[in-house]
Design a protein. Structure first.
Length: 255
């Protein structure tokens, strides 16, 4: 069994039982305790669990394993996402080459830049491409890739190949989980490489996330905090959470 598969099973085990010892996990997965300890150490660094004396647990309030459907996400925090889209548009100048990550928040950015001139937009989102399709002053580059029909997202090797060939001014990256220590994380390992290639392709990285995404962590690391240049969120962010980001001198914009 690969380590990544075992990590997912460990999380499933902890979700059901909330607590486990190292020996219990080793017996369950038929591996040495040293192997389990390495897994747990890696998962602790990723922020998805907490080591205790003799065992391990997870914080269900902070851990995120999946997302609601696209239709649910499209209407959730709609006004907040709309304001984030407007704030992001103010950071985009005529003539920019930008990337819009797939997602319901970045879709609002697309809706807010229809009056921009001489703009190039790269996206892995069919909805975003469709929103911009009639704008004569906006060149749209669709990455290609495997279509995820439930979210209108393109992903996979073709997506990565295109992203690795680009040099962009700004990348607007969405995330289901963002933490002031753990950075950007994701529950789906298949989506990590595309986001990492987006970050590598741009000079300026702007994370866009409504207040519900803050303080959350998931299994797979996408980017450390220092790889993010600024964050745009809404004004409903918890004051204590806001202070944590201000304490590490993050450029955080409230829309």
């Amino acid at each position: 069994m690969l380590a990544i598969e075992r990590k997912k099973l460990i999380l499933d085990y902890l979700k059901k039982r909330h607590y486990a010892t190292v020996s219990e996990l080793a017996d369950s997965f038929h591996v040495h305790e040293a192997t389990i300890r390495r897994d747990l150490s890696a998962m602790q660094k990723e922020g998805v669990l907490f080591r205790t004396h003799g065992g391990v647990t997870i914080n269900e309030d902070d851990e995120i394993h999946s997302e609601p459907s696209f239709n649910e996400r499209e209407i959730a925090e709609y006004n907040e996402k709309q304001q984030i889209g407007l704030a992001a548009a103010e950071m985009i100048q005529d003539g920019d080459h930008i990337l819009l990550d797939s997602g319901t928040t970045t879709l609002h950015i697309a809706k807010s830049i229809l009056d921009k001139k001489d703009l190039t937009v790269v996206t892995n989102d069919i909805n975003i491409a469709s929103t911009l399709r009639n704008q004569k002053d906006i060149k749209v580059i669709v990455t290609g890739g495997i279509l995820f029909p439930e979210s209108y997202m393109l992903n996979g090797k073709f997506t990565d190949d295109v992203l690795q060939s680009l040099n962009l001014h700004k990348a607007f990256v969405g995330t289901p989980a963002i933490h002031f220590q753990r950075g950007i994380t994701h529950f789906d390992d298949q989506l990590v490489s595309a986001k990492q290639n987006m970050i590598a392709a741009a000079r300026e990285i702007i994370a866009v996330a409504d207040h519900t995404k803050f303080g959350r962590v998931s299994l797979h690391k996408v980017a450390d905090v220092h790889q993010i240049d600024c964050i745009i969120t809404d004004r409903h962010i918890d004051p204590e959470e806001l202070q944590r980001w201000q304490d590490i001198n993050m450029d955080l914009h409230l829309a």
